[in-house]
Design a protein around this ligand. Sequence first.
Ligand code: DP6
Length: 356
Amino acid sequence: MFKPKEITKVIDNISIGYSAPSNIALIKYWGKYPIQIPANPSISFTLQNCKTETFIEAKKKTKPTNTFDIEVLVDGKIREDFKPKILKFFERVEPYFSFLKTYFFKIKTHNTFPHSSGIASSASGFATLASCLVRLEQLLSENETENLDVQKTSFVARLGSGSATRSLSGPMMLWGKHKNIENSQDEFAIPHTDIADVFKTYQDVILLVDKGQKQVSSSIGHELMQNHPFAKSRFEQAYKNMSALIEILNNGDLDKFISITENEALSLHAMMMSSQPYYILIKPKTLNIIEQVWEFRKSTKIPLSFTLDAGANVHLLFPKSHKERVLEFINTSLIGYCQNEQYICDNIGQGVIPLS
Ligand code: DP6
């Protein structure tokens, strides 16, 4: 699958840029097999404002060498500490490209969301890198086509970080084989477009509860699912939740949407709390927010809900029609739980965009 294309064009200097958004999973990917094959299917909203922008300047080497040669600049500054992760990515994706050792790559990257906000940039970051490499390959080969090959890009992004596979197109992407979902597969994510109007403009306000470095990385969390006493039930639960959610996304039943997605968020964290060693990533303020959201929903009947990724920050999900009222609620009742009163307003977006 996705064999390297033959390079037929001689181009000495070429520059390419892409922006890719972050995504927020509703059915969570937690647990995997090598290399980044998910233990259960997942689905996410593609975001719009939280994104990474990456430019790659490729300069042909006078002679090909047996090494990958890269330089990484983050926000304009050379960052040696980012290189090992990207070199590992190049190693993993080498079987799918034939030009990686024939060029010197200057990689310039920048996130639009605040630095160390606790929002993972690996999804958007690897989605941009994968987009740049796939597009470069298209330009260097005879098979140059108008559009980015999104399937190969998703496949390649997955090898950088699992969730990156879902950061390529909007409004939603689904990743992982599910017997009732046509074309679903473990190797790359597919766009999911069969959604009711209410979801097409769904809002995600990210409350930045704790901006510190996570105590336990997602990679370790995935690993701890290997001998987890509840792993089998968790994978079955995600599988069933996916079937239910697909129908809900189509019919727009917000009560059921809330019940499945909040259950997924809490199940994810329950896995962390019941692994060996066990750990807790949510903070007291995360729980305060959840309680307030439940109270607000009960008293106003506004379908405001939450989801969590692998951290303490809270994603508040709601239909656009309630934006004004929800923002007022955030500013009066929730802002005190946010570090430096920071939150990010985002919404469903369309995925990767080429940058000139
Ligand atoms: C909780 O994609 O960060 O956000 O594949 O090891 O890079 P790696 O893990 P990563 O895991 C994300 C887990 C999650 C849920 C999700 O996005 O589905």
